[in-house]
Each structure stands twice: as C-alpha cells, then as structure tokens.
Design a protein around this ligand. Structure first.
Ligand code: ADP
Length: 191
C-alpha cells in the first residue's frame, strides 16, 4: 500500500494537491476536516461536538478524531492506499495511526510537508473565505488561532516522521502544477 500523510499549515494547499495525488496513484482521500464538515452539515452528534472546536480554530479532541479516522479507514478494505489530509495533527494522533496501521499489517510510506510562509497563508485563507463559506476562514482571529495551534501542536508531528526517515519537505509556493510535480517526484521513488 501507498500511505501518504499530506502535511502543512492551514491554507498550504493540501486539499488542492490531494486531488492530484488521488488521481495519479488511485488512493482514498481521508480529510478529517472534510469529514467533520460533512458531519456538521448532517447535524450528527459528532458534527455538533466538532463544530464547537472548529469555530474557535481549536483541535477536536484526539480520542474523538482518532476513533473517527479508524472507522473511516476500515470502510476501504481493498484500496491501493490512503492520503491522510489534516491527520495526524498531534503526536498522540501520529502514534495511534502507527499502531492502527500496524494492526492492519501496513504503515505510513511518507509524510509530504507543504511549506508556505505565514503571511501568504493568511492571504490565501482570507481569499478562500470568499468562496468556501467556511466560518473558520472568514475571521482573522480564528485564522491566527489555527496557525498558532499548528505551530504549537501540529508542527512537532514532523519530527515523528523525520525520526523514522519518512519525511520530505516540499516548497508550497509556485504554480499548482509545479507543486504537484514536486510532490510526484518525492513519492515516485517509493512506488
Ligand atoms: P485547515 O487545514 O485549512 O485548517 P481542515 O479542513 O484540515 O482545515 O481542518 C479544519 C478544522 O477541523 C481544524 O481547525 C480542526 O478544528 C478540525 N480538525 C481537522 N482535522 C483534525 C485533527 N486531525 N485533529 C483535530 N482536529 C481536527
């Protein structure tokens, strides 16, 4: 299996690049943010809980997120692999994911980290707010909070994969096509 963690701060382009990766490598895309948003739309209990955190730019608690991710993975028995987008976002999530994949006799192949500097991220998110309808994109305070949470809680997850020699950083500035090609060249040697 090819299991990619697509990593990067809010607004780094994970969603856009995921679409390219799914098409090329025939993978299942699991975006925890998308799954939470569809639960919010469906007004499920999980959605109500997630919304209270997401609207503040805070992380949804690990236990809830990990359980949800596990059940999503189990829905796709015969896939070539997964793109994990927006997960793991804490070291506890990364450890849980490793243990879970191990129990399925598979593992993470590579973490691909999109690197974009903070001012560019803020500009992109404010722009995305005009079309996404996402409450967490529209409010500068919430954006600042998401970036702070990323720096404090999520950025350390890089070392988790660096320690396993599974980390590659990609320059996330440039045209969408150029960035896609950079990611392909990082992944292809692992096929
Ligand atoms: P972005 O990367 O643009 O911030 P996402 O769609 O990945 O957007 O996530 C939106 C929100 O969903 C996050 O700010 C957080 O509240 C919640 N969320 C998504 N993934 C996770 C996760 N792995 N752990 C905890 N909370 C998460």
């Amino acid at each position: 299996m090819l299991n990619i963690v697509l990593f990067g701060p809010p607004g780094a382009g994970k969603g856009t690049q995921s679409e390219r990766l799914i098409a090329k490598y025939d993978l299942v895309h699991l975006s925890t943010g998308d799954i939470f948003r569809s639960n919010i739309k469906g007004e499920t209990d999980l959605g109500k809980l997630a919304k209270s955190y997401m609207d503040q730019g805070q992380l949804v608690p690990d236990s809830v997120t990990i359980d949800m991710l596990r059940s999503e993975v189990l829905k796709h028995e015969n896939t070539n692999g997964f793109i994990f987008d927006g997960f793991p976002r804490t070291n506890a999530q990364a450890e849980a994911l490793d243990a879970f994949l191990d129990s399925l006799n598979t593992s993470i192949t590579l973490m691909v980290a999109l690197e974009v500097e903070e001012n560019e991220l803020k500009t992109r998110l404010m722009k995305r707010a005009e079309v996404s309808g996402r409450a967490d994109d529209a409010n500068p305070e919430v954006i600042a909070n998401r970036i702070a949470v990323y720096n404090n809680e999520t950025a350390p997850v890089k070392s988790f994969y660096q320690n396993q020699n599974k980390f590659v950083a990609i320059d996330g500035i440039g045209s969408i096509d150029d960035i896609t090609l950079r990611i392909f060249s990082a992944i292809d040697p692992h096929l």
